[in-house]
Design a protein. Structure first.
Length: 362
């Protein structure tokens, strides 16, 4: 069965349908990773987006029970050049097509994904709709131009109730803005006592858990839409050692008085080089974000830049000058991607230990 992608600028791509028959709209983005499609489609930071995978063959190693980054994926569609019909891997339990059908996610294959990626790189991210062949294209284009982008993605994907992953060492409160399971796995690796709370948990609720450290997770959308998180972080700085990842990084910047801005087409992939300014060391990182901290806006804050993107010079890491607070724009937990920066979890645990021993002030 044929299916088409209609873009807000009037461009139309016609290909084959797979996955669910549901029609969905969203911001069309691209990811350059060669592997990790299961982690990508279950990454809640893609909430409301239609994801194009630039690697030409997707689904060849199937779907397994271990590589999900969330229980319920929140992407609105998946676009590939070719989807494997007969996956082959010892861990494979079902096909990509079967998973998308089960989760209600439409897929499109057989289009020129290179042309689509060039279009996004040239014009920036565009809204699009995956739909059947019978629709009126002009009407859909008008609807897409009139359609506002989602602004409540974090509310959509964050846990509604706190939950607990018991451990015997330091208690870490993970504020869930759309957290990947990889973050939780890494905290559990240190035998941390992890309590996951919703994005809109109050300062009193978080401090009432008597945390030794705060982890601010990744998540979807414009960070300025998450005012609850910004206010929470303002209250936490100076009280508890804090580590922010991706959206958590942006929210720390906003809480300290900096600004964020939308990138033309974002950073999404698993091969983004990042430079640590103090050492000159380069890490290859996994990234998924459409917004970045504006470097000039940091001048009047107590934050210093620790990492920058080698590709475009954007801010990739920050550290507070007065308190044990640091954050990175990329994903040290990878999932998928390289684990060059996994040591940042060590840094976080060491920061907690030093704070508990009185060597640093919150």
């Amino acid at each position: 069965m044929k299916r088409q992608l209609i873009m807000e600028d009037g461009t139309v791509f016609v290909g084959k349908a797979f996955g669910s028959d549901i029609e969905k709209s969203g911001e069309v983005v691209f990811n350059t990773g060669m592997t990790g499609y299961q982690e990508i489609l279950s990454d809640l930071s893609y909430c409301g987006q239609i994801v194009t995978l630039t690697y030409p063959l997707i689904g060849n190693y199937g779907i397994n029970r271990d590589d999900f980054e969330s229980i319920e994926p929140a992407i609105h569609g998946l676009i590939v050049k070719e989807v494997a019909k007969y996956p082959s891997n010892w861990r494979s339990e079902e096909s990509l097509d079967a998973l998308l059908k089960f989760k209600g996610i439409p897929g499109l294959e057989g289009i020129d994904t290179r042309k689509l990626t060039r279009l996004i790189r040239q014009h920036g991210t565009l809204k699009g709709r995956l739909c059947n062949m019978e629709v009126n294209v002009d009407k859909v284009v008008k609807e897409l131009n009139d359609m506002p982008l989602m602004t409540d993605q974090v509310n959509h994907v964050s846990t509604k109730d706190p939950y607990h992953a018991p451990g015997r060492k330091y208690r870490i409160v993970l504020v869930d803005f759309g957290a990947k399971h990889g973050i939780l796995r890494n905290l559990i690796h240190y035998d941390s006592d992890v309590i996951v709370v919703p994005y809109n948990a109050s300062l009193e609720e978080v401090l009432g858990l008597n945390p030794d450290g705060i982890m601010l997770s990744n998540g979807p959308g414009d960070p300025t839409d998450v005012q609850e998180g910004i206010e929470l972080i303002k209250g936490l700085i100076g009280k508890v050692p804090t580590f922010g990842i991706c959206l958590g990084h942006q929210l720390i910047a906003l809480a300290c008085g900096a600004k964020t801005d939308k990138l033309k087409f974002g950073h999404r992939g698993s091969n983004h080089p990042v430079k640590e300014l103090e050492t000159g060391k380069i890490d290859i990182t996994s990234q998924n974000h459409g917004y970045a901290v504006v470097e000039d806006s940091l001048k009047d804050t107590r934050l210093k830049v620790t990492h920058v993107s080698v590709n475009d010079g954007t801010v990739e890491g920050l550290e507070h000058l007065d308190h044990p607070v640091f954050c990175v724009q990329y994903h040290p937990e990878a999932s998928p991607g390289p684990e060059d920066s996994i040591h940042l979890f060590d840094k976080f645990i060491n920061m907690i230990e030093e704070h508990k021993n009185g060597k640093v002030k919150a």
